[in-house]
Design a protein around this ligand. Structure first.
Ligand SMILES: [Zn+2]
Length: 440
């Protein structure tokens, strides 16, 4: 077997040319390694007529067939219990995706895979200002979901002191706060929404998140950190909050730096492409499409041109921080959430800015799409929380705003506060499902 590829995690500023050479070499190693050790790829590539010898330069990556979530699910089905995408490596542990759709996906890790993810986490946290001497409280779940363990490894590698409290399910919020206060936690890792929840609990027991705690940095992953949430976290805690996009399948591919302007891709360990979801063609920087990821260093369960289903774009130009790694924009949504109405492609999040603008609607909304004959209709239901006299005026203004923002003519329905939550709960919809498509 070829020598393992080790990530030099402190090197974040290679010249672009040198970086492309590293990628070309690692891609080749990966493809041959996968061909030799992972039956899934032998099978898939044979079916698509791709051979490792077709790969002559980095540019030839487009010759490699995509891997879809469906193909991984089929592999699990046909080759239980682990699928044939793990390969015949000596795995030291299994982590698994929680699986927003369907069954959890087991992902094997070799010792080298684990070391590399730990290093990539160290890179993330160092970029976000974590140093030796920090007390890092990690309130991510320590379970099959990977991030609690790998973020701990990264923090330890920096010489920081980890307090592995785990999620609120094992260490209730009041206890989390007690540790944070008594042990002077300076860095907190958890989901963005849990960070806000901790602030609510602190205030409910008479504590001031800014004055009674010493949190300097918070780092987040596992759910989208919107700019609104970031601003709120930084305001209530008086800290800097950072986003890190990744998954159990991919490990730790991206991270924000102190500029908080897009997520740098660890390009020495990953190749990220942004493609047109319909044609599969790569898109230029600045243009939004589907994210495709290749895990360059991964031995067990490698992902090669994996269509992860998230929507983003490359941010053109270099970051002022001096890192040469390219940046992607925060994830806009999932391909599965996109709908086409009257020929226009829209995501649930596209409606938010117009709804938020007046400040007179709650953050809840529901978009309903239906068809009568050949005609399609869109209704945006919002909760009006402003003074009664202005309801009609604000609603018709929203109709105009949505039309100019989306190019869509929508009806607007104003409901009382709390009604959308009741509607959604009645239908057992998960939190982020904002669109109800009745055309199917
Ligand atoms: Zn930067």
């Amino acid at each position: 077997m070829a020598r393992p590829v080790r990530v030099a995690w402190r090197e974040e500023r290679p010249a672009r040319k040198a970086l492309r050479a590293i990628q070309a070499e690692r891609l080749k190693l990966l493809v041959y390694r996968a061909y030799e050790h992972v039956p899934f790829y032998r099978r898939m590539w044979a079916a698509h007529g791709f051979s490792p010898t077709d790969l002559k330069s980095l540019h030839d990556i487009t010759k490699i067939p995509f891997v879809t979530k469906k193909e991984i699910a089929d592999s699990l089905e046909q080759y239980p219990p682990f699928g044939d995408y793990q390969g015949d490596f000596r795995a030291i542990r299994i982590q698994a995706s929680t699986g927003s759709t369907g069954k959890p996906k087991p992902i094997f890790h070799t010792r080298n895979d684990w070391e590399n993810i730990a290093k990539l986490w160290a890179r993330r946290l160092r970029a976000q200002g974590v140093t030796a001497g920090d007390i890092v409280q990690i309130a991510f779940a320590y379970t099959l979901f990977i991030v609690g363990f790998t973020s701990s490894e990264g923090a330890m590698r920096l010489g920081a002191t980890v307090v592995p409290t785990g999620s609120g399910a094992v260490t209730p919020s009041e206890r989390q706060l007690q540790f944070m206060r008594d042990w002077k936690t300076s860095v907190v890792g958890c989901t963005g929404s849990y960070m806000l929840n901790l602030a609510d609990v602190a205030r409910s027991i008479g504590l001031d998140p800014r004055k009674d705690f010493a949190v300097r940095v918070s780092f987040h992953t596992a759910e989208p950190l919107t700019e609104g949430m970031r601003a709120q976290i930084e305001e209530v805690w008086g800290c800097k909050a950072y986003d890190n996009y990744g998954s159990v399948e991919t490990g730790a591919p991206t991270y924000e730096c102190k500029e908080q302007h897009g997520l740098h891709v660890s390009e020495d360990a990953y190749i990220i492409e942004v493609i047109d979801p319909d044609t599969g063609e790569p898109l230029p920087d600045g243009q939004e499409g589907e994210l495709v990821v290749t895990t360059l260093t991964k031995e067990a369960a490698p992902f090669i041109r994996y269509r992860i289903g998230d929507i983003t774009s490359f941010i053109p130009g270099a970051c002022v921080c001096g890192r040469t790694f390219k940046r992607i924009a925060p994830i806009r949504g999932r391909v599965d959430d996109m709908i086409k109405v009257k020929g226009v492609a829209v995501y649930p999040t596209d409606f938010e800015p117009s709804i938020k603008e007046s400040g007179l609607f709650s953050s809840e909304y529901l978009v309903t799409v239906w068809r009568e004959g050949h005609k399609e209709f869109v209704k945006v239901s919002v909760e009006y929380v402003g003074p009664e006299g202005r309801r009609d005026q604000v609603s018709s203004r929203l109709v105009a705003q949505l039309h100019s923002a989306l190019g869509l003519r929508c009806e607007v329905e104003t409901l009382a506060e709390g009604e959308i939550k009741r509607l959604s709960e009645a239908e057992k919809r998960i939190k982020y499902k904002r669109i109800r498509d009745l055309r199917k």
